[in-house]
Ligand binder design. Structure first.
Ligand code: SAM
Length: 291
């Protein structure tokens, strides 16, 4: 059992991602006993603190003042205060500010103790139903369409489930891009409003989900899971995926200046498939194009 809250220690405390009951007994004790609570938005954290009748001094740190606040917080820790660091939701530092404070504290030799709890990424993985033996967390998808496209293209040959945070107003566009780049059959899970009243998991292939969503406006917070590449010999290689192969081959030739043979070698490596198998698929799509 960890003892009472220690002086001069930075506690990195996970808070709920929706349901206020999702907070550990240890997190509550640390928040109750810490000399200072460093939070992103004081109004937001106050709601949680009020719910649990916790009245401790708070100090805000966020993306724009984190560098400066990190120095202030570390000074307070060096003076012997105990500090509990929280973010608006989930685990601080995970696609959230917090990293700079933690890094500076470590550099100054201040003990850093994580107090684990919810995180949207892990919660989505736990209920999503895609393989969890290995996964890659990529944080927020870039807002700019070019960068987003580049990132999605990188996922063609992903060998682990991919976890992303995405804004609700962009989810349809993103799904359409996934269909276009990764193919209609790529497994996808949209985990929406996790742990809240309107929690919802939309599971299926990218193409199915795009159709199912139709004109529906998806609101709230979304974590997106993309299943790993199952290779061109699996069912995932519908006609669209085969066309994608050809597109990717052309891209490698264009961008890296390779002839078709060398580009094919690279493509096969990306897909983790024998070159002959990939070549056969390419011939299939090319013969389909002929009149
Ligand atoms: N630090 C947090 C964590 O550990 O999960 C993540 C903070 S990040 C700024 C917020 C993003 O996480 C949201 O835009 C959304 O993509 C995802 N998220 C947070 N809460 C969620 C929830 N209840 N359901 C689904 N996704 C959620």
């Amino acid at each position: 059992m960890p003892g009472p809250v220690e002086k001069g220690v930075l506690y990195v405390v996970a808070t709920p991602i929706g349901n206020l009951e999702d907070i550990t007994l240890r997190a509550l004790r640390v928040l109750r006993e810490a000399d200072l609570i460093a939070c992103e938005d004081t109004r937001h954290t106050r709601k949680l603190l009020d719910h649990y009748e916790i009245a401790r001094p708070v100090l805000s740190y966020h993306e724009h003042n984190e560098q400066e606040r990190a120095r202030e917080l570390v000074e307070k820790l060096e003076q012997g205060l105990s500090v509990a660091q929280v973010s608006d939701a989930g685990m601080p530092g995970i696609a959230d500010p917090g990293y700079r404070v933690i890094k500076l504290a470590i550099e100054r030799g201040i003990p850093v103790r994580p107090v684990p709890g919810p995180s949207a990424a892990i919660t989505a993985l736990a209920g999503g139903g895609l393989p969890t033996d290995s996964f890659e967390f990529l944080g927020f998808l870039p807002a700019r369409s070019g960068q987003r496209r580049t990132l999605i293209e990188r996922l063609r040959s992903a060998s682990a489930t991919v976890v992303l945070y995405e804004a609700p107003h962009r989810i349809r566009e993103t799904l359409a891009e996934i269909v276009e780049v990764l193919g209609h059959e790529r497994p996808v899970v949209i985990a929406r409003e996790l742990t809240k009243v309107h929690e919802e998991f939309l599971r299926g292939t990218a193409g199915e989900l795009l159709e199912r969503i139709g004109d529906r406006e998806l609101k709230g917070e979304i974590t997106l899971l993309i299943g790993r590449c199952e290779g061109p010999t699996s069912q995932a290689l519908g006609s669209r995926s085969a066309a994608d192969l050809n597109q990717r081959l052309q891209q490698i030739m264009r961008e890296q200046g390779f002839d078709e043979k060398s580009a094919l070698k690279i493509l096969a490596r990306e897909l983790g498939q024998p070159r002959s198998e990939v070549y056969r698929e390419l011939l299939r799509v090319r013969s389909r194009k002929k009149p």
